[in-house]
Design a protein around this ligand. Structure first.
Ligand SMILES: O=C(CO)[C@H](O)[C@H](O)COP(=O)(O)O
Length: 225
């Protein structure tokens, strides 16, 4: 299914050999690299910054790098990520003083812009800003850690956001992040997601190609039902 984007979250990769890990998932059929940035302030964990994004580009990664900023305040780090080779930059409305301005800032830096909704963030936060976005990212876990269980209410939320995107008629991607596995991705796709972040399900699997292929097959099967 050409519309289906699989974006492995490198949060679950082996950081001691990150370049090889990214090469391996792309060679195994992944589309994007999902790059989780945590600041030990907005979320209770600390991960990686623009230097690592730049290092992946220098290593030769050409796939889109999908940067998820769990950082507050968010604006001042955006130019650094754009310069480091980010393709898409998504942020949380709770981490920005002026959501519309942050979207404009991301676009002015030449990147695509996404807004991230936490499990308890209402879809109404998309009012007035949805037409400006390239991507909506729904969190199906509370942000901060990989390996958590999918929160089922995300399915209803996906349907509601899908309806809004379809009504608008713009090519805005609907991404889901948290607890995505081969055995629930079909239901997630049926609820309206077209872009799937998966960390532990891919990087903890013995064969990356096998799990990515199974995920794609589940998404394609859901589209036929
Ligand atoms: O943003 C994240 C956590 O804040 C991760 O991308 C997400 O949790 C993916 O990990 P997993 O697929 O193991 O749930």
């Amino acid at each position: 299914m050409s519309n289906c984007i699989i974006a492995p979250s490198i949060l679950s990769a082996n950081f001691a050999k990150l370049g090889e890990e990214v090469d391996a998932v792309i060679a195994a059929g992944a589309d994007w690299v999902h790059f989780d940035v945590m600041d030990n302030h907005y979320v209770p964990n600390l991960t990686i910054g623009p230097l690592v994004c730049e290092a992946l580009r220098k290593h030769g990664v050409t796939a889109p790098i999908d940067v998820h900023l769990m950082v507050k305040p968010v604006d001042r780090i955006i130019p650094d990520f754009a310069a480091a080779g980010a393709s898409l930059i998504s942020f949380h409305p709770e981490a920005s003083e002026h959501v519309h301005r942050t979207v404009q800032l991301i676009k002015a830096q030449g990147c695509q812009a996404g807004l991230v909704l936490n499990p308890a963030t209402p879809v109404e936060v998309l009012d007035y800003v949805l037409p400006e976005l390239d991507l909506v990212l729904l969190m199906s876990v509370n942000p901060g850690f990989g390996g958590q269980a999918f929160i089922p209410s995300a399915l209803d939320k996906l349907k509601r956001v899908r309806e809004r995107i379809d009504t608008l008629g713009k090519p805005i991607r609907l991404e889901i992040d948290g607890g995505v596995k081969a055995d629930n991705i079909g239901a997630i796709a049926a609820a309206g997601a077209d872009t799937f972040v998966a960390g532990s399900a891919i990087f903890n699997a013995p064969d990356y190609r096998d799990v990515i292929t199974r995920m794609r097959a589940e998404v394609a099967a859901a589209a036929k039902r």
